[in-house]
Design a protein around this ligand. Structure first.
Ligand code: ADP
Ligand code: MG
Length: 361
């Protein structure tokens, strides 16, 4: 939407929140309804398998394959700060966040389009060279090819738009909407590291920070890199998709609490997770715990871990591999009936797990 336009279209109903009270999710829902209504009359609807509302869109491309498309925006001052995010790591992250959405569909990433808007002083610096150094390095790791983009000047801030196109065998994309009561909930890797790293950066920590003791330096770098250089779980995504092991999946970009709520909302189910099972990053427990940052809160609500959160039918649990690309998984709870809501247990206490992650608006 451009400045001066607004979204008051024919598709609005009286229950739609007004401009001042709506959240990012209300806004996306409105777009989703409007896009669905508009496409009904055209042939494009026949090619579209999944539109707005998941980690990526899925379109029919051949008798054997579907095409999967995701896009992400990184804005200076909101998603990163120029003085704390080295340009090569920013290039890595710009691609990684979209690769993660492709992984969350169980698909294989193939092509990338990157658009870059930078102010003049950044253009005169080594920023763009360093940015693409990091980006090409990650692209090479997963055999992803840069096939296009756009370059422009901005008045002040760096703006990055990253699109990734992937593929999966026909009808194998894993949507957010496939979870059913009785499914077991799993997460790859560890949680809370990216949010812990961000909090420490906000308090002035740097990579290989000399102000920390030798033992802490490695642990600190690990946490900072969880925020600055996330690793998309491509291998796990493809295994879960191709072998039909997961029936719903999302990547943890907003935070476990928000992203689990997205799965439950789309699948019309409830969930119960057990706090004692959560794989909280050990460095979060060590470093953040000592600095009055609550590890459980970081693991539940901290965003940008880019781990995969997925559900598995009880009879498929035994078929799950233990590790893929050296990354393990953890069972954290189970899907319940929708009437039970989304809950977390700690010992004998059970409470509602409100989505507490990152919201733009
Ligand atoms: P993710 O965190 O997985 O990147 P988002 O929360 O950004 O997902 O987006 C959720 C869904 O809403 C996706 O299908 C995305 O394509 C769609 N979406 C977000 N913003 C817009 C927009 N401005 N116009 C159309 N679709 C949008
Ligand atoms: Mg996502």
């Amino acid at each position: 939407m451009k400045d001066g336009e607004n979204e008051h279209g024919n598709a609005q109903s009286p229950s739609v929140p007004n401009v001042t009270t709506r959240t990012e999710f209300d806004f996306i829902d409105q777009l989703r309804q409007r896009a669905t209504l508009q496409a009904h009359s055209s042939q494009t609807i026949q090619l579209l398998k999944l539109g707005i509302g998941d980690d990526a869109a899925v379109v029919h491309s051949s008798a054997v394959k579907d095409t999967v498309i995701a896009t992400d925006l990184l804005i200076e001052g909101i998603d990163f700060r120029r003085n704390t995010a080295p340009a090569n790591l920013l290039g890595h992250k710009a691609l990684a966040v979209s690769l993660s959405d492709i992984a969350a569909m169980g698909a294989r990433p193939r092509w990338s389009l990157i658009s870059l808007g930078v102010p003049d002083d950044v253009w005169q610096s080594s920023f763009a060279n360093d940015f693409y150094e990091g980006l090409f390095h990650l692209a090479g790791q997963y055999d992803v090819q840069l096939i296009g983009g756009d370059t422009s000047r901005t008045p002040e801030q760096i703006v990055i738009d990253s699109i990734v196109i992937g593929e999966c065998p026909i009808d194998r994309a894993i949507e957010r909407s496939g979870a059913q009561p009785g499914d077991q909930i799993f997460v790859t890797g560890a949680l809370g590291g990216a949010a812990g790293g961000l909090r420490l950066i906000e308090r002035g920590a740097h990579l290989a920070d000399q102000n920390f003791s030798a033992n802490e330096t490695q642990a600190l770098d690990h946490l900072l890199l969880r925020h600055l250089q996330p690793e998309p779980r491509i291998g796990w995504g493809m295994v879960l998709g191709q072998e039909r092991l997961a029936n719903s999946m999302i990547d943890i970009s907003d935070g476990l609490s928000s992203d689990l709520n997205h799965i439950c909302l789309e699948s019309r189910v409830g969930a119960l997770i057990h706090s004692s099972l959560l794989p909280i990053d050990v460095q979060v427990v060590e470093l953040c715990g000592r600095r009055a940052l609550d590890p459980l809160q970081l693991a539940l609500h901290g965003g940008e871990d880019f781990e995969l959160l997925f559900t598995v039918r009880p009879d498929a649990v035994a078929k799950l591999p233990r590790r893929v690309d050296g990354v393990g998984i953890t069972h954290i709870g189970e899907i319940r009936d929708g009437s039970e809501g989304v809950k977390i247990s700690e010992g004998t206490r059970v409470w509602e797990l409100q989505p507490g992650g990152w919201k733009h608006f």
